[in-house]
Write a protein that binds this ligand. Structure first.
Ligand SMILES: Cc1cc2nc3c(=O)[nH]c(=O)nc-3n(C[C@H](O)[C@H](O)[C@H](O)COP(=O)(O)O)c2cc1C
Length: 263
């Protein structure tokens, strides 16, 4: 696959993957792709842990489900990120960013905008939205053939130090390399952030599963699997294919002076 084609077709996979383990050959390609990412002084500060064992994936699925339910029921997650929620194609076209909640049970449709609003919390819980999201989240994680734990060495990842920022940048580049290689191989990827968003005991349980030594920090978890073109969408789902035009985020010489590329 041509690089630019891979960049443009890379997507987050929200739904289920094929019920088929990833081949070792493909996993190796993904991780070799990570290793070719740039890093400060070629430090390669990243480490990865493959979680493929079924019982362990199911355990992570339970953590994902429980954390989703708690975070959604509390309301702080979606209130915090409300500015990125869109409810129509017109809204997404206008802003060019955010996520469009475009799939939900028919009974929720008339309320959706209200549900995801400052005042929607009580109604959200009454209509069991956190429960619906949690059921899907648990199944999506536990049925993914591969969960990838992504870590950084604390020798570099120091929060108040430039090397902390450098190592996060490098890790982002390594993850993107993995994601692009996955795209070329027909493998889907999704960030699993709810245990981290829930924090506390939920995130600690994930750390306990990965068992990083003292000088490594678990930064994120991702799920991987072969893309199923016929996969059913999650009960409540979103899409985010829209992008801002270059002229809206790139400036010439000084910030604010829009760069408008020639057609
Ligand atoms: C730091 C970070 C956190 C993210 N968290 C989540 C997440 O919790 N769940 C999810 O499905 N996608 C998550 N995403 C994916 C974004 O929602 C997604 O990249 C964005 O909507 C654009 O869609 P695309 O990846 O399909 O192009 C995350 C991405 C990044 C970079």
């Amino acid at each position: 696959m041509d690089v630019f084609e891979a960049i443009k077709s890379r997507r987050t996979t929200n739904g289920y993957f094929l019920d088929k383990p990833l081949s070792d050959e493909h996993i190796k390609i993904l991780l070799q792709s990570a290793s070719y990412a740039p890093s400060h002084f070629n430090s390669q500060p990243w480490r990865f842990v493959l979680i493929r064992d079924k019982a362990r994936r199911e355990h992570l699925g339970k953590i994902a489900g429980r954390s989703m339910r708690e975070v959604m029921a509390k309301g702080n997650f979606w209130k915090r990120y409300l500015k990125y929620f869109r409810f129509s194609k017109e809204e997404t076209d206008k802003s060019g960013d955010g996520i469009h909640i475009d799939n939900m049970p028919a009974v929720l449709k008339p309320f959706i905008k209200y549900l995801f609003s400052e005042k929607g919390g009580e109604m959200m819980n009454k209509l069991r939205v956190p429960y619906l999201l949690a059921i899907d989240s648990k199944k999506l994680v536990s049925r993914s053939p591969l969960i990838l734990g992504v870590l950084l060495t604390k020798d570099e990842y120091k929060k108040d130090d430039l090397s902390g920022m450098y190592s996060l940048l490098a890790l982002g580049m390594a993850i993107e390399n993995i994601w692009l290689a996955a795209t070329a191989l027909g493998i889907g990827v999704q960030f699993i952030s709810l245990p981290m968003e829930a924090g506390g005991a939920y995130w600690q349980e994930c750390i306990d599963m990965v068992q990083p030594p003292e000088n490594y920090e678990l930064i994120a978890l991702f799920r991987f699997g072969y893309i199923d073109p016929n996969a059913k969408r999650p009960t409540i789902d979103w899409s985010s294919t829209q992008r801002k035009p270059v002229s809206e985020f790139c400036y010439e010489e000084t910030f604010g002076n829009k760069w408008i590329p020639k057609e």
